[in-house]
Design a binder for this molecule. Structure first.
Ligand code: SF4
Ligand code: SF4
Length: 84
């Protein structure tokens, strides 16, 4: 069963500097993206970077990302159960 993974962009203010969840996830479920998509011939401003789950099928539900996020910005749940 695939999890529901929610990252609150309001709480995760500076993912480029933090990156803790990206490093801590043992199966590299989370990745860095942007909220503006690809910008041809333009450098993306750092304020547009966001954390997004990309490999849902690899999530074991270990909750390391939830417990390790200093901003409490991540929620993971399975099967519509209570999110943590
Ligand atoms: S719950 Fe565990 S496996 Fe799933 S995204 Fe978080 S750290 Fe990765
Ligand atoms: S650990 Fe939390 S604050 Fe840090 S990059 Fe991940 S979601 Fe953002």
């Amino acid at each position: 069963m695939l999890p529901t993974i929610i990252v609150d962009d309001e709480k995760c203010e500076d993912p480029l500097s933090c990156r803790r969840c990206l490093i801590i996830c043992p199966t590299h479920v989370l990745g860095l993206g942007t909220d503006v998509g690809a910008q041809k011939f333009r450098e993306t401003d750092t304020s547009h970077f966001i954390v997004r789950p990309v490999r849902f099928d690899k999530c074991s539900g270990c909750m390391d990302c939830v417990d390790g996020c200093p901003q409490s910005a991540i929620q993971v749940s399975f099967g519509g159960g209570d999110a943590r």
